[in-house]
Design a protein around this ligand. Structure first.
Ligand code: G3I
Length: 343
């Protein structure tokens, strides 16, 4: 009964969580205790994103990054760096770049500085994040607009040189969906054809209660693994609140309207049970394919720290994780644990 999540799944895959500055600097020792008991892998939720570590052309800020890597080493965890090349949370100067030469120079200096700083310490990098549209075509980011497809293998080449020994991943959401999945498979094959190295693909796993696409997830695990790379679930959470908004609508509402949240006081038991059963079925599936999955990482430690409390509207009360706001395990946690007790 005193065994933890990471111990229960020790022989199957790593169990990770995303950390922010708040958790690393948390004075409440219960937090660090729970994190180190339950998880053996960490991902930097925001700490290593370009806007934070590389705010200006010639200025870097590794204060939090260093604390993050120290934290992982102190607890003997598998340390993931998130993320080197992404179209969001980019410093303003990158959006003002207009020429191929300058953008190539940014990619090179950025990846050298960030991946290079933690060479031999960060074990895996989300080299490239969210480069695809829902229909599987390439996202028209600043990188794609100026450099075309070439920026993708270039990023992997640079990461390989800067951080030899680190695993290199492509990471995206909804890539279990057929059209986007096909795009991801093409993207990965094209990287492999250029001779650049890619070691794994991250299925982010931002799903919705009652609508988890189990079949697509299973097909994706099989098809990605067939490419000869590791497969992982990298940002797992299961949202319980309705979400039906266009991006414009969301931006509008974030500025003005307070949330109309049906579960502000507490999560109804029926939804709590549905959430637990979704997590149970997911982990059943993960266990079935444990020879192909190297890691399952939750996007946050407890419900109070989830990004979904602020998306698509600020200050929602959401319940997407397996620990509650008091760090207590939820029914979903018990279900995931009892799967292992039976085997
Ligand atoms: O740090 C500032 C704080 O000083 C300020 O007062 C506050 C006011 O808005 O904002 C804070 O920054 C926020 C930051 O999270 C830290 O909390 C940003 O506004 C907010 O945009 C940022 O959101 C992050 C989001 O990525 C940005 O795109 C989420 O925490 C993070 O969970 C989320 O993570 C992404 C992955 O990187 C990629 N996959 C999808 C996933 C979920 O969107």
């Amino acid at each position: 009964n005193s065994i933890s999540l990471k111990q229960a799944y020790h022989a199957d895959f790593l169990i990770g969580t995303a950390l922010n500055a708040a958790q690393i600097e948390e004075k409440d020792s219960r937090a660090e205790q729970l994190i180190s008991q339950q998880f053996n892998a960490i991902t930097s939720e925001n700490i290593l994103k370009a806007v934070i570590v590389h705010p200006q052309w010639d200025r870097y800020n590794f204060t939090l990054g260093d604390k993050y890597v120290d934290y992982g080493e102190r607890h003997h965890m598998f340390i993931v760096g998130h993320t080197l090349i992404w179209h969001r949370q980019l410093p303003g100067f990158v959006h003002r770049i207009r020429t191929k030469d300058s953008l190539n120079l940014f990619m090179k200096t950025h990846i050298n500085a960030v991946a290079g700083r933690y060479k031999g310490r960060i074990n895996g990098w989300d080299v490239l994040n969210e480069a695809l549209n829902e229909d599987g075509t390439y996202r028209n980011s600043v990188f794609y607009r100026i450099l075309g497809f070439d920026y993708i293998p270039y990023a992997f080449k640079l990461a390989e040189l800067a951080a030899p020994g680190a695993e290199l991943y492509y990471n995206d959401y909804n890539i279990e969906q057929p059209a986007k999945r096909a795009g991801a498979i093409t993207l990965i094959k094209k990287i492999q054809e250029t001779g650049a190295r890619i070691d794994g693909v991250g299925i982010q796993g931002h799903w919705h209660v009652g609508k988890v696409p189990f079949k697509d997830i299973e097909e994706s695990i099989l098809q990605f693994a067939a490419l000869g790379i590791k497969v992982m679930v990298t940002e797992l959470d299961i949202e319980v609140l309705p979400r039906n908004s266009s991006e414009a609508d969301v931006n509008q509402r974030m500025r003005s309207t307070p949330d109309t949240n049906p579960y502000t006081k507490r999560l109804p038991d029926s939804v709590q049970q549905q959430l637990a059963s979704d997590y149970e079925n997911l982990f059943k599936l993960f266990l079935k394919h444990r020879d192909k999955l190297s890691r399952v990482t939750f996007w946050g430690v407890n419900d109070g720290q989830s990004w979904l409390n602020n998306w698509p509207i600020m200050g929602r009360t959401n319940y997407p994780l397996i620990f509650d706001r008091q760090y207590k395990p939820k029914p979903a946690y018990d279900k995931i644990m009892s799967l292992k007790a039976q085997t």
